[in-house]
Design a protein around this ligand. Sequence first.
Ligand code: HAM
Length: 428
Amino acid sequence: MNYQKPKGTVDILPGESEKWQFIENKAREVFNLYHFKELRTPIFEHFEVIVRSVGESTDIVSKEMYDFYDKGNRHVTLRPEGTAALVRSYVENKLYGPEHPQPFKAYYIGPMFRYERPQAGRLRQFHQIGVEAIGTKSPATDVETIAMALDFFQQLGITHTKLVINSLGNVESRSRYREALIAYLTKVEDQLSPDSLRRLHQNPLRVLDSKAPEDQTIVEKAPSILAYLDEESKTFFDEVKKLLNNLSIPYEIDHRMVRGLDYYNHTVFEIMSDAPGFNHVLTTICAGGRYDGLIGEFGGPDERDTGFGFALGIERLLIAIEAEGEELTTSQSIDVYVSCFSHEESSVALRIAQIARHAGLIAEQEIQYRKLKAQLRTANRLGAKFVVFIGEEEIQSNKITVKIMKTGEEKRVPCEELQNFFEEMKEV
Ligand code: HAM
């Protein structure tokens, strides 16, 4: 039978997986500087965890969930995103307690699942790097976290970035705006696209995201959410802008950017790339915002009911790196190739390869006992810096021959000195 991977998934093969490791390591390195710790949640959650937080009328919940009933008849779903799971974990494990640093700052790296129509940069199993800072309602948290995302991109050579921010205000401001938007859209509902018409009463803010040509003028003329912010929301947003200026971080405000998840309020943001490879068309590579109220939904304490975070897709990040014209250098080469020609020599070769590995060198040994020429060809193809020869003479004299491939020089090294020799060679 001819099996193939499920639609919308990819195998990340050697050659590519090194790039993933590089990105993941860089994320850990940068996030550590901001004192974020890793938190790993299961890849499936109770269906309710996602519905309660992401929102019933969102595309994610209404169309894209990988949900099913398990053998115990529990309704579970593969996680479509990480915020809900992390907040669930924060409350369940009482991470708001005094023994934990506050705000509680955590990151996650792993697969997410959405039943979407696959296309470039959009998959059914994709991978997010996400962060959440929970427990303090300070605009400094928003700005610190945005700065961290920008630092991370900078470190990966992604420089054609644009930060776009908006405020959805607090719950009251947002719901006043919702009413105003419904009133406006209802007046022109006969001109709306079928998708927007459906969203009008379910999730009217999403109409602002519409890409349908017939919606464009309507969206352009729609009231701005910024005009509906109450004093508290306005002050918070002003403070965020002031702190971004304070760090000399340029930004643009887009009052139509509302994001597709229900839990957001106050600051929302996207980092977009207009790298040459995207023909300077803006592409979102990272998105997030504030979600005051979500911790309370899960039963967390009022005084910690506030959070801010973002997530980015690794697949899209790789496309953005390519669009920058950057090449992630991933070394595939080995250090030592241990040549041998017989079953007897093979056991010596294995011991030598182990010594090299324990000295921190990447080692391979010949296992087919091929002719010398073929072995050297393999060593060269693997980029070996050193080839070790163990012939009869070497075994008798207890000295092996190491050929330094770059110079062609050969050295005879007593077996007992091999570990030291390899350790010195590591620096070469
Ligand atoms: P989101 O905008 O739904 O936000 O997703 C964040 C990022 O995940 C997107 O910008 C994109 O890079 C990537 N992404 C989403 N769907 C796909 C897909 N089907 N294929 C490939 N990549 C995809 C969230 O998930 C929020 N949890 C972010 C957040 C964290 N907000 C606060 N904290």
